[in-house]
Design a protein around this ligand. Structure first.
Ligand SMILES: [Zn+2]
Ligand SMILES: [Zn+2]
Length: 233
């Protein structure tokens, strides 16, 4: 591999995600030890598998939701690991990774909570962020149907390290790759990691990323490499 600086693009903590197993701090340390240059914390958002009480006032909900990110960020300098913020929105099982915005933006844009997929893209773009569909062909109990929104995303998660295999084949990821190629979408790879035993997937760059905007710019101009390691390989 030419590009050596690996970033986890899809990561959950137990502070933001009900299905998470470890704190942001534990996730940061584990990924540093596994050789990553950075992680993007993408906990399940309001209509996904959030760990945070949905009856809280919006500002309090957002603040608690961001706890896993803040926890990872707090140790980032000490362990020399880049820690960026994102989220994984949920629309009845269809999920999107959003990059480029932050806690303040969320607090000031409560309309993002109930935005349609179309409105989500408009709002996120207006704030300077991007939307990628996560694992678009995953089939699971919590996903009643596969739905695609090519008009309303900037790109596709073309490899998800936690996608199950069917009859010994990585079919859901194979389909995602075909879909992205047909539409010539920018792509990401991520582990969808929920515990502190890193899988090893991610996106690699030729240098450290200065911030999440630097990450976005590299992603959108395809100046990166997909690192694809499956939990089921
Ligand atoms: Zn999860
Ligand atoms: Zn996820």
């Amino acid at each position: 591999m030419e590009k050596k600086y690996l970033y986890e693009t899809h990561l959950h903590t137990n502070q933001g995600s009900a299905c998470g197993n470890n704190t942001g701090r534990e996730m940061a340390i584990a990924h540093k030890e596994a050789g990553y240059s950075g992680i993007i914390v993408t906990d399940h958002f309001f209509y996904g598998n959030t760990a945070v009480d949905r009856s809280l006032p919006w500002q309090d909900w957002v603040h608690q939701y961001c706890a896993g990110y803040r926890d990872a960020k707090a140790i980032s300098k000490e362990i020399d690991l880049d820690v960026f913020f994102g989220w994984e929105s949920g629309y009845n099982g269809t999920e999107f990774l959003v990059y480029g915005l932050d806690e303040d933006w969320l607090i000031n844009h409560p309309e993002i909570k109930d935005a349609t997929v179309e409105e989500q893209l408009k709002l996120v773009h207006a704030g300077g962020g991007i939307v990628f569909q996560a694992h678009p062909f995953r089939e699971e109990y919590y996903i009643p149907e596969v739905r695609l929104f090519p008009e309303y995303v900037d790109g596709i998660e073309v490899f998800n390290g936690s996608n199950k295999w069917i009859d010994g084949r990585d079919l859901f990821n194979e389909r995602a790759k075909q879909y992205a190629e047909q539409y010539d979408f920018p792509v990401t790879s991520g582990s969808d990691i929920h515990c502190n035993v890193p899988i090893g997937s991610g996106v690699a760059f030729d240098r450290r990323m200065a911030d999440i905007q630097d990450f976005i710019e590299h992603l959108m101009r395809r100046d990166c490499e997909m690192v694809k390691v499956s939990k089921f390989a």
